[in-house]
Design a protein around this ligand. Structure first.
Ligand SMILES: Cc1cc2nc3c(=O)[nH]c(=O)nc-3n(C[C@H](O)[C@H](O)[C@H](O)COP(=O)(O)OP(=O)(O)OC[C@H]3O[C@@H](n4cnc5c(N)ncnc54)[C@H](O)[C@@H]3O)c2cc1C
Length: 385
């Protein structure tokens, strides 16, 4: 079982009975940053934030920004194809991957990808490794794309009377432009964050924290503010980076705040963006029927939400209802054309649900691919698919 920082939320890096855990933590050298090529070559254990900070010294930045960027590793980010807040505009980890060096299950050390902008020779094994959750090989090194530091971010905190209205604003705004981030916190989550950190957030409804960059960033922010007002919401706009960062901090506290209320089951469903209002309506209905607290937050801008079921683990009945609600949320997301996991991975958490999304032919093909990389089945056995 390969392990980066162990921050994964699907249990994919947890030890299994009889296994050896391989920690990549100490392989943490930044091998090269090439400002001309706008690339970085790093060992797998480099922490995302450390790479971003090093890139900034060259006028560049590393875009994929999972909420765990202060501690999660590039190897773990590639293995889970991690997303983050700015993925709505900049894409996920795979979109910034140019080359990846892995050790296969047979001990071969091989580099996939050419590091060029274009390459169509053979099958794309590099992209196959992204999101493979340690089942195909141990990632030891990667070459990543860096981008020129973007102009100052403009941040908008917009409150809406209902979660549905907040979600409709996200889907409708897409006709006007692309936000860098559009993060949702429903009423339950806002209250939990206020309870944990006394942030004084408006508790009357749901909150969207949006960020805009680029030459039209300020204009888009103003338009989103007006848009929020028209939908019955209120918005606060700032181009002060410190103020913007503290506003986004509220979103980073969403999961810890819900976790402080009880045991949790954290979901990671992703639907086509226009289906978000229907998904949140379904989640609210599931919560009401089950008599459970479900806080929904996440990357609304790319359709990836983290409904979090809060329950009392000591109460058998509550635990059973929580697991049933978790499963129902996955089923509703699939029915809306979505996926059971957008960025956290299958790991151990979602392995029992895999048949609800993947058919027998897809699973057989995936197992054959796995067998080609790892004939003895020694890499993260029983995980994923
Ligand atoms: C507070 C918090 C916020 C988070 N926010 C986000 C978010 O916004 N977006 C997001 O996508 N995730 C998020 N996560 C989840 C997690 O941080 C990511 O999945 C991250 O990519 C995992 O990196 P890691 O180094 O901790 O990997 P680990 O947890 O150690 O491993 C995760 C998986 O990758 C495999 N793996 C790790 N390293 C390697 C390697 N070198 N080679 C092969 N396989 C490997 C493991 O076997 C396991 O299956 C968050 C987690 C927390 C705790």
């Amino acid at each position: 079982v390969t392990r980066g920082a162990g921050s994964g939320l699907a249990g994919g890096a947890n030890a299994l009975d009889g296994c050896i855990v391989v920690s990549l933590e100490s392989m943490n050298d930044i091998l090269a940053i090439d400002p001309e090529a706008q690339t970085a070559r790093v060992q797998a254990g480099v922490v995302n934030k450390v790479l971003d900070t090093a890139a900034r010294a060259h006028g560049l930045f590393y875009a994929p920004d999972p909420g765990s960027r202060d501690f999660s590793t590039i190897g773990g980010n590639i293995a889970t194809n991690a997303g983050g807040m700015c993925c709505a505009k900049y894409g996920v980890t795979r979109d910034h991957l140019l080359q990846v060096r892995v050790v296969t299950g047979e001990g071969d050390v091989v580099t996939f990808g050419r590091g060029t902008t274009k390459d169509v020779v053979g099958l794309d094994l590099m992209c196959l490794v992204a999101g493979s959750e340690g089942t195909l090989g141990v990632i030891v090194e990667a070459t990543l794309r860096l981008l020129p530091i973007r102009p100052q971010l403009v941040t908008v905190a917009a409150s809406f009377p209902t979660t549905a209205a907040a979600c409709r604003s996200v889907t409708a705004f897409r006709r006007l432009g692309v936000a860098t981030a559009m993060e949702l916190m429903d009423h339950t989550t806002v209250r939990a964050v206020n309870g944990l950190a006394r942030m004084g957030l408006d508790e009357s409804g749901a909150l969207i924290l949006a960020q805009f960059d680029g030459p039209d960033g300020a204009d888009l922010a103003t338009r989103y503010r007006d848009f929020a007002a028209a939908a019955g919401g209120e918005a606060f706009v700032t181009d002060d980076s410190g103020e913007g960062a503290s506003m986004m901090e509220a979103r980073r506290l969403a999961y810890p705040a819900l976790e402080s209320l009880g045991s949790t089951l954290l979901d990671d469903v992703c639907v086509p963006v226009p289906a978000i209002p229907e998904l949140v309506a379904a989640i609210e209905e599931i919560a009401a029927t089950a008599g459970l607290l479900i806080g929904t937050f996440g990357h609304a801008g790319d359709g990836n939400l983290h409904p979090t079921v809060v329950f009392d683990a000591a109460d058998d009945d509550a635990r059973a209802r929580a697991h049933q609600a978790f499963k129902l949320i996955v089923e509703r997301a699939l029915a809306l054309g979505g996926t059971m996991t957008g960025e956290h991975g299958v790991g151990s958490l979602k392995a029992p649900l895999i048949d609800t999304q993947l058919g027998p032919v897809e699973q057989t093909l995936m197992r054959r691919v796995k067998a080609a990389f790892d004939p003895e089945g020694i890499l993260n056995p029983g995980r994923g698919f």
